[in-house]
Design a protein. Structure first.
Length: 339
């Protein structure tokens, strides 16, 4: 190379990156036709890391600090370029800076219900959402697996992939936690910890660290929520079937009154209300005869009445209001009355 060519050539004395805006994970220093001066200064700020790449191979990695670039501080690059100990010439290399600060308030959520297995309800379709935070922990792996040779790589480019990682581990998290669905709402912190533990290895595989996970809401589809409400109502009356039927009737009275009163004003409303009360009384009396074993019913139990009550209990079990254990207990009580 002639003297004029050497003079025209431009050299880099200082390598550094001042982040512009939020969300940039990786940034390639613009080399163009520049070469790095031997002994140049490399500044890596807190919450950053820098990586030297030679002909597609990751060489030296630098954490926060200020470095003078020599064969001593660039041992891997020195080896790849076959430099001797007296090397003091400018050189070319790609330099990438990575932001290692936390990327916070990243959102995750189930667009469609996720099916999980619950010890109380069996198969349950679950909805949940929350947020998470992560950071780059291994820039070499992140460069190799994700960002590559792009001039810049933003958190937004990674958002969909990371959200998918979160969602695919929800079922694993529920299984590992051992928490029943009814208790998930009250144990959202523990549920979040299980999601983090189940998902962290997937983040680590691409050079990331999953720093935190929160669960803001856990819910069931509407039809399953209705069954859950019935089961809660059953618990409110202490498992007494007569009282439970009265509870159900009280819940349905507004609809009965609305239907009956649609054509009759106040009189129709009264008829609807009376019908609801009467229906509740009849159903409660029938179930009380079969389930509570009152003195009057015990004196003359009819097989037909017992079978009718068993059928009603079977319907309640099919709807999820009664568990297998509760149904078996009531069935045994009724069969004893026929002995």
């Amino acid at each position: 190379m002639g003297l004029m060519d050497f003079i025209k050539k431009q050299f880099i004395d200082i390598l550094q990156w001042t982040e512009q805006g939020d969300g940039v994970l990786a940034w390639r220093y613009p080399m163009a036709e520049y070469e790095i001066q031997y002994g140049a200064s490399l500044t890596v700020r807190e919450s950053q890391m820098a990586v030297f790449v030679n002909e597609g191979k990751v060489a030296d990695v630098f954490g926060p600090g200020m470095y003078k670039l020599t064969t001593q501080t660039l041992p891997v690059l020195t080896y790849l370029k076959n430099w001797d100990k007296l090397f003091e010439s400018p050189f070319k290399s790609d330099v990438y800076f990575f932001s290692t600060r936390q990327q916070i308030d990243q959102r995750w959520g189930t667009q469609q219900p996720v099916t999980i297995r619950d010890k109380d309800f069996g198969a349950v379709r679950l909805r949940a959402f929350g947020n998470y935070a992560y950071r780059i922990a291994d820039p070499k792996t992140f460069h190799t697996e994700i960002s590559g040779t792009r001039e810049a790589y933003a958190a937004a480019d990674l958002e969909g992939q990371l959200r998918g990682m979160m969602l695919q581990h929800i079922s694993d998290a529920v299984a590992q936690s051992g928490i029943a669905f009814l208790d998930l709402a009250a144990n959202q912190v523990e549920f979040a910890k299980q999601i983090q533990a189940a998902t962290a290895p997937s983040f680590e595989a691409v050079g990331l660290k999953l720093e935190a996970v929160t669960v803001q809401n856990v819910s069931l589809p509407e039809e399953l929520q209705k069954i859950l409400d019935q089961k809660i109502g059953m618990g409110m009356v202490g498992g007494d079937m007569g009282k439970f039927m009265q509870y159900q009737t009280a819940q349905s009275m507004p609809e009965l009154a609305k239907g009956a009163g649609s054509g009759g004003g106040i009189a129709g409303d009264a008829m609807g209300l009376g019908a609801g009360v009467a229906l509740g009384q009849v159903m409660a009396q029938q179930l009380q005869q079969g389930l509570q074993g009152g003195a009057a019913a015990a004196a003359g139990v009819k097989p037909a009445d017992v079978m009718a009550t068993l059928e009603k209990l079977g319907e309640l079990k099919a709807k999820g209001v009664l568990t297998e254990e509760e149904f078996a207990t009531k069935k045994a009580e009724l069969l004893k009355k026929l002995a």
